[in-house]
Write a protein that binds this ligand. Structure first.
Ligand code: CA
Length: 404
């Protein structure tokens, strides 16, 4: 495809629309507008054309505006609650401080497309100019009701601060990297940080490039409210019925809910089991006053279960050494005595919870700082003041369905 062919043949430059679905209503909540060129043999994506730095900006802008005006002409008749996602290159947008783009949208506002239905997708966080200027423009757009989405997130995980600064309404997360369930934990951790950030700044997560059912499940489980991808609907040259997937999505989400509830119930019952077992041991050894002696007795039951056991007071000061299982035996690590763990995430929250409920807590999965292994910790109130911590080994979690 020759760039010149496209520029001289704008009649055959057309918009395609990819529907975006929501988790809360299972309907089409919007469309991303994409550019296509109707060549002699087939319809080609204009993606490579728009990304080609060799093509002068004014040509790319002209083609981009052609796609947009044709798309908006068609969108005039859409339902008034359907959003329109429009891609714009930050560098090109900033050349006239975003004026032309705004004027175009305002023309269509008169025809019935309110600006609060427009979602501007900004993909270039590596924007070459002053980042503050871009930030300023986006804030200016927002005063007209326009929404801002940060596109193509998760391929570059150094952008959290910039995302935070821009305060987007929507964060688009590309799930292409999530091709198989074996995708490394690093990607999942990035997504986890993104979901926390989104929650903090009040942004909605949109997962795109969903091509398989497990990616949809992943998106649902990771706080995704909006979804887009071939698995749901391919881009095409017209709008689809807003409820086209309503029944299918309802069924699929139902199966996600069932399987997630099953997992949570099994975790809950395992926590109850640990609880009962721990109660039994503490009753059995109630005459042992010295904590170190108590742990010596307890760890005998934990060879294949835990790799680290210790007791802390409610301020997080360690009152015993670590009992650490290595090379087939429990070693006592005295250097841990009096260390303080109150700075660790959730530590004090969990202490207070245990104190009030007089029950143990099973942590989520996390990486142990020292061993790097994926572990869970079971914590348990020994008495009114002190708390027992048991770090379960990876091999134990691995052997028990539902713990990993
Ligand atoms: Ca996009």
């Amino acid at each position: 495809m020759d760039a010149l062919d496209i520029i001289t043949d704008l009649d055959n430059v057309i918009p395609f629309f990819q529907p975006i679905f929501s988790a809360d209503e299972h309907r089409v909540i919007g469309y991303e507008i994409l550019g296509r060129y109707k060549g002699n043999e087939e319809i080609e994506s204009l993606g490579p054309f728009f990304l080609d730095d060799q093509i002068p900006d004014e040509y790319r802008l002209e083609v981009d505006n052609t796609v947009l005006s044709k798309a908006l002409d068609m969108a005039v008749d859409l339902d008034k609650d359907v959003l329109l996602f429009i891609n714009r290159d930050a560098d090109i947008l900033m050349q006239d401080h975003g004026e032309q783009f705004l004027q175009m949208l305002q023309q269509y506002e008169e025809k019935g497309i309110s600006l609060n239905r427009i979602v501007l997708e900004i993909s270039k966080l590596n924007y070459k100019g002053e980042f503050d200027h871009l930030d300023h423009l986006l804030n200016y757009y927002k005063t007209f009701g326009m929404k801002v989405a940060i596109d193509n997130v998760a391929n570059d995980n150094n952008q959290l601060d910039r995302i935070g600064q821009l305060g987007p309404d929507i964060i688009k997360v590309d799930l292409k990297a999530l091709r198989s369930t074996a995708t490394g934990p690093a990607f999942q951790d990035v997504l986890y940080s993104l979901s926390l950030l989104a929650r903090k700044i009040g942004a909605t997560l949109l997962f795109e490039n969903i091509e398989m059912v497990f990616q949809l499940q992943f998106a649902w489980k990771n706080g995704g409210r909006y979804y887009q991808g071939f698995y749901l609907c391919t881009p095409c040259d017209h709008f689809v019925g807003r409820d086209i997937l309503k029944d299918r999505l309802k069924n699929e989400f139902h199966s996600f809910i069932v399987s997630e509830k099953k997992k949570l119930e099994s975790l809950y019952s395992m926590t109850e089991n640990f609880q009962v077992t721990m109660q039994e041991y503490l009753t059995r050894y109630r005459k042992i006053i010295d904590y170190e002696e108590l742990l010596k007795a307890l760890v005998k039951h934990m060879n294949d279960i835990a790799f680290r056991v210790y007791i802390c007071d409610e301020d997080g000061f360690q009152k015993t050494p670590n009992f650490f299982f290595t090379g087939g035996e429990w070693k006592i690590q005295r250097e841990y005595l009096q260390k303080n763990w109150s700075w660790r995430p959730y530590f004090l929250e969990n202490i207070i919870k245990m104190r009030y409920e007089q029950k143990g807590i099973l942590s989520d999965l996390y990486s142990d700082i020292e061993t790097g292994e994926t572990i869970r910790t079971f914590s348990y109130p020994v008495n009114a003041n002190d708390y027992l911590f048991i770090d379960f080994s990876y091999s134990f979690l691995y052997q028990h369905d539902g713990l990993l």
